[in-house]
Design a binder for this molecule. Sequence first.
Ligand code: PLP
Length: 451
Amino acid sequence: MVDPLAGIPTDKATILRLDRSHVFHSWSAQAELPVASAEGSYFVDYDGKRYLDFSSQMVNVNIGHQHPRLVAAIRDYAAQATIIQPALANGARSEAARLICELAGPGFRSVFFTNAGAEANENAIRMARLHTGKFKVLAMYRSYHGATHGVIGVTGDQRRWGSEPYTTPGVVHFWGPYLYRSAFHSDSLEQETDRALAHLRATVMAEGGHTVSAIILEPVVGANGILVPPPGYLAGVREICDEHGILLIADEVMAGFGRCGEWFAMQHWDVTPDLITFAKGVNSGYVPLGGVIVSKPVAATFDNRMYPGGLTYQGHPLACASAIASIEIFKDERIVENARTLGSHVIGPELAKIAARHPSVGEVRGLGVFWALELVRDRATREPLVQSHGGTGASAMTAFAAACRERGLWPRTHFNRLHIAPPCTTTEAEARVGLAIVDEALAVADEYCNG
Ligand code: PLP
């Protein structure tokens, strides 16, 4: 019998040649590094070089690479059921939905499964529009909500520009809090909260609260800088929503499932949204899965009214079985707690010491296993180390990232920032190894500082 996987190439040259010829890549033009294998917090390339994955791939491998219990659960369930269409019931799907609602809290009733984060946001917005009978959506400028037709228009960063003006109508952007580069000229966290809320309130007034269906936000902004909201901000947004009958959609695609040291980042501030979108960390992407967690009132809207949306592969049994296994492993191995204490006892304090040693570090911020170093040319002026992402204008960051990679650390860099997002399972010893490499590599960034 022929092995159906026998054709998968295993040498670096063939993999890169086929990749360049036939794989149409997202955002970038090419793949840099073929990965041979991965385990725990590390992956290995075809030259045998090991990298500590401080990026969790796409900030999604929260459980670490090739967790043996998760791999076994997928293998076992594949032997039982691989595909059952969404209109039929399936045990893995039912139990995954129950478990996920339980983690979200008592106000939530059901899960609309998707294959990924963008589709989750697409459907959350559709639900909010149908539930409220209103059409506008407010989203932050510094945000990323996915790359499908509708939500690329909701996204607040430059990734939207290439799709304009053909995306969703009715989207209005506003500025969220970000004290280090405040849009409101604030000089304290309290001021930033007050001014950011006053700005949001004014935006709602100017757009007409009676036209706004939803405010969507990342509770901790991810790709746009790991922006932790100041105290009182999320509660204030909730209040504005309630005043105007607007739904609050928490996009927890990156921030959820342990990344911020809670099951969901909103729980850190004890604020309850109406809809929660998730993907990535729910099963660490071992099988693609995302979804919308729907509150009781929104779910009730569709009790006797058809919901006009669906996907062939939603609630895929293998994906749902892997979500159940992942959640159970998280509980057994206290992985959320590990992420929380790693942040508060190791990563946060060590980064503060590292920042004190390097003039290129303008700010350190984060929580759990979700941190950013904002790199600058000058601490006083806060001039960013680079003005663009990638390419010739970004040589300082390119050199810094190369210095990390040479030393065996896979970093996640974005514009002038290093994002530190290792798996939630990372041990203290591994975190210290990675932070020591960051410390060394920052000497390269320091060379680009003024003066
Ligand atoms: N929302 C947030 C906050 C994200 O970070 C991402 C992806 O990085 C998405 C949505 C889109 O998710 P996906 O790429 O799975 O569609």
